[in-house]
Design a protein. Structure first.
Lengths: 548, 301
């Protein structure tokens, strides 16, 4: 009897599993059906003036977002999405990094540059229905001082354990819709920094409600409302009808993860996605020839580099070895892997930015010189080091694995054995932030159009802390630190230019990086998509684009 | 009577000890392998593979790792017989050198599977009871995992490298050998010549290793040949996923993976390594099938 009962139970269980599985499929199908229905109705409401049809914009990309809480991330894939959900106090104009009003309508600063007062909009609501007030701004800024996990706050405002607020002494709500910042020292890039997507204002209610899980339940004020996140598959957003700015023209935006460049391009050709980034360079020509597609080139404000870990015990501690590696790699040849979308880099910041020092002369390719430097440093007989690379393409480095293999082969010429360690994007980030590597690929797309955002974030000793390092060369130079600090507080533009030029000289001499390239990352977009204006910072809100 | 008894005894003798008859058994099988067209094709492919691997430096036209980035993605020509890959390396030379890695993978992985699997299966079958129970239940657990999944999990634990990939694929192959050997041992140990050696007073170890196992050789050989094919395929799969051979090793699976990004513009970069894998696996499978038929006593004419 007992046995029979057991069998019954098993059978019932199996049946249940089947039924549930079947249901979930049905559910999906149903909800999809409902979705398209509701779309149809909204369409017919607004269709009086325009065309009907589907208005879902699907964007294909190579990797998923890490988190949807922009204050805790530094990767472009997260920010691409949060840029749609959140607003900042001020934002960049559509094509450049000039600052224009957003949540704040106007602002003024005291003569000494220490006090900033912002007037806020009074007609904004968060996606969860709560009203946006000055108290919410204060709440967000105070939250960001709570710890090192708010990475960008630390990078940009110099926050540390001893001084969690960094240069922001206090943030006060001086009225219902007025907020005042008091700084401990003048900060030239302050306003530009506030426009960076990581400083998007989130709903305090939602943060309290979701706690630890807030990163997957983001609530902001932006043009799109978060709907659903299927990890490593897709993120769905819907249009915010009550948006205070330009209301979106598309009803739904879907970010899809398609890791393989070639597969993603094929999906674009077959029409299952509307736009993509991270093209294989060799596919660009094909996209240009395709009647249905257009190539949009993002203005260049990035740099890709190979950082050399100056902190780890080993040959790379020695400046001569780092210089030798710079000499031993044929950059021209390496750049042919980019098929024309990249220009060789010699400085850690792009030439499109003010303060770029064009007088720095790149190391050039000279194997003999490299060999003699290595011999001087005592490594003439060879050495072996690791090169960490991400497996997925980045806008600044379209084919990291091939670049790694090319460098491996070139360094063999000077008796350096390179072991390539390939990791997925997020494990690559955590490994390099921890300093596990000897050498590692990475790159940076500027966020605010200020040299500080490159030099201070990527090469200052303040940002060389294991675990959250922006400076993954772990390069620590006090002279450079003083210059960068001085440039932050200096309000005279011309003096700042001089300081940054000097900083680039120092960095060139110490060679903590092998700078690779500045790219104009291509996006392939269907011809039907109009008004897709790429922003130099690497991502743009989709509320302007239209589907024909 | 005396002669009859002697004859009867001779019939029941351990076949492995009947050296004369034995060699003719193997010769028979070999001739049957050659007679069968399909297995002959398999044999030819494998011989070709071995020859190419041995004379790789003479056959290859370029170094397998020399890059010439300017000449990347060139289509097949007289200079580069099978074209060049993403870093301007000669695909023909890489495939030629890759054959060495392939053989290495085949021999080592199957070696691991065979040694461990035969030992476990023989012990389980010969001693029976709880030994059998424990070993075979473990084997059952291993067989419950899809083989490539288990291999991926093992590599994830051991770390990414060709050696670890070979160990992983080797471990994954163990259950098949263990099962086959166990069942053969079960039938062999009941034969009269085993009983006879027991009567003489031979110890377990001696019986198992010099009387039982030699008589299980035929199925082991067939299984080994067939497993080499799957092992090569699994190892190539691991390399394709980036878990096996690390650059710049010209491993065929890794070559496929690297060539993927140019599938539309330069299909030869994936076509030729893919074809090489196909050919070799086909070769081993054909030969394995032929051997199985040849060594099956029921098919003896």
């Amino acid at each position: 009897m007992k046995k029979k009962a057991l069998w019954m139970l098993l059978t019932v269980f199996t049946l249940m599993v089947l039924v549930v599985a079947g249901c979930s499929n049905n559910d999906e199908a149903n909800s999809e059906g409902e979705d398209s229905n509701s779309q149809d109705t909204t369409d017919s409401e607004s269709a009086e003036e325009g065309s009907g049809g589907s208005s879902t914009f699907v964007f294909g990309r190579g990797a998923d977002s890490e988190q949807l809480d922009p204050s805790k991330v530094t990767d472009g894939e997260s920010i691409y999405v949060t840029n749609q959900i959140y607003d900042t106090l001020v934002r960049y104009e559509q094509e450049g990094t000039e600052v224009v009003p957003a949540l704040a309508t106007e602002w003024e600063t005291s003569d000494d540059g220490l006090e900033w007062t912002f007037q806020l909009r009074d007609d904004v609501t968060f996606h969860d229905g709560t009203d946006f007030t000055a108290e919410d701004v204060v709440f967000n800024f105070e939250r960001w001082t709570e710890g090192a996990e708010y990475v960008y706050y630390g990078y940009m405002f110099g926050a540390s354990e001893e001084n969690p607020g960094g240069i922001i002494e206090k943030v006060e709500a001086t009225g219902d819709y007025e907020v005042t910042f008091t700084l401990s020292e003048p900060n030239a890039p302050f306003l530009n920094t506030l426009a960076m997507p990581p400083f998007g204002i989130a709903s305090p209610d939602a943060i309290e409600e979701h706690g630890e899980d807030y990163f997957k339940n983001p609530v902001g004020t932006g043009p799109f409302i978060f709907e659903e996140w299927k990890q490593d598959d897709s993120i769905t957003l819907s249009k915010n009808e009550d948006y205070f700015g330009e209301t979106a023209k598309v009803d739904t935006v879907i970010f899809r993860v398609i890791p393989d460049n070639g597969a993603r391009f094929m999906e674009l050709q077959s029409g299952s996605i509307d736009a993509m980034n991270g093209m294989n360079p060799q596919d660009i020509q094909q996209a240009e020839d395709d009647e249905a597609l257009q190539i949009i080139r993002r203005p260049s404000m990035n740099v890709s580099y190979m950082a050399m870990n100056t902190d780890k015990e080993g040959p790379l501690k020695d400046k001569k070895v780092r210089q030798a590696i710079n000499l031993a790699i044929d950059k021209e040849k390496l750049l042919s892997l980019f098929e024309g979308i990249g220009k060789p880099a010699k400085n850690p910041m792009p030439p499109s930015l003010w303060g770029y020092n064009d007088n720095v002369e790149d190391y050039g390719y000279d194997v003999e010189e490299a060999k003699s430097l290595l011999a001087e440093a005592g490594y003439g007989d060879g050495m072996s080091i690791t090169l960490y690379t991400m497996s997925n393409p980045r806008p600044y480095l379209p084919q990291p694995k091939f670049a790694a293999q090319a460098i491996q082969e070139m360094l063999k010429e000077v008796n350096i054995e390179v072991e390539i360690v390939e990791n997925e994007w997020d494990s690559h980030l955590s490994a390099t932030e921890n300093g596990d590597h000897d050498m590692a690929f990475l790159g940076w797309t500027g966020d605010n159009g200020d040299p500080d955002n490159f030099l201070y974030v990527l090469l200052d000793k303040d940002n060389a802390k294991k675990g959250s390092a922006g400076n993954i060369a772990f390069y620590k130079n006090d002279e450079l630190h003083d210059i960068l600090k001085q440039a932050q507080t200096e309000l005279d533009q011309e003096k700042r230019v001089g300081l940054y030029e000097e900083a680039q000289e120092i960095i060139h001499e110490d060679a903590p990086w092998f700078p690779i390239a500045h790219t104009t990352p291509p996006l392939a977009v269907k011809k039907e998509v109009q008004n897709y204006i790429p922003h130099p910072t690497g991502s743009e809100p989709f509320n302007y684009l239209e589907l024909n | 009577m005396k002669t009859l008894a002697a004859e009867a005894k001779a019939d029941q003798m351990d076949p492995a000890l009947k050296s004369k008859k034995n060699s003719s058994l193997w010769l028979d099988s070999l001739s049957r392998v050659i007679k069968s067209k399909t297995s002959l094709i398999g044999l030819v492919i494998i011989t070709l593979l071995i020859v190419v691997a041995i004379f790789a430096p003479q056959i290859a036209t370029h170094s397998p790792t020399d890059q010439s980035i300017i000449d990347r993605y060139q289509s097949p020509s007289s200079e580069h017989l099978l074209g060049t890959d993403e870093l301007g390396r000669d695909i023909f030379s890489r495939i030629v050198y890759g054959s060495r890695i392939t053989i290495q993978i085949g021999v080592i992985t199957v070696g691991i599977s065979m040694i461990v699997g035969v030992f476990l299966g023989a012990v389980a079958g010969f001693f029976g009871r709880w030994v059998d129970q424990i070993i075979m239940r473990l084997i059952d657990i291993m067989m419950a995992f899809p083989s490539i999944l288990l291999a991926i999990a093992l590599v994830a634990v051991l770390g990414k490298s060709l050696t670890n990939a070979m160990i992983a694929v080797g471990i994954v192959g163990v259950p098949h050998f263990a099962r086959i050997v166990r069942s053969t041992v079960l039938s062999v140990k009941e034969t009269e010549y085993i009983e006879a050696s027991r009567v003489i007073g031979a110890k377990n170890g001696r019986i198992l290793f010099s009387h039982v196992l030699p008589n299980c050789l035929a199925p082991i050989i067939v299984q080994a040949t067939l497993t080499i094919g799957t092992a090569i395929l699994d190892a190539a799969g691991l390399s394709f996923l980036g878990l096996g051979a690390q650059p710049p090793l010209p491993e065929w699976g890794a070559m496929l993976s690297d060539g993927r990004s140019a599938l539309q513009t330069a299909p030869w970069v994936v076509m030729f390594p893919g074809f090489a894998i196909l050919l070799v696996v086909l070769g081993f499978n054909l030969l394995g099938d032929g051997l199985r038929d040849a060594l099956d006593p029921r098919l003896k004419q």
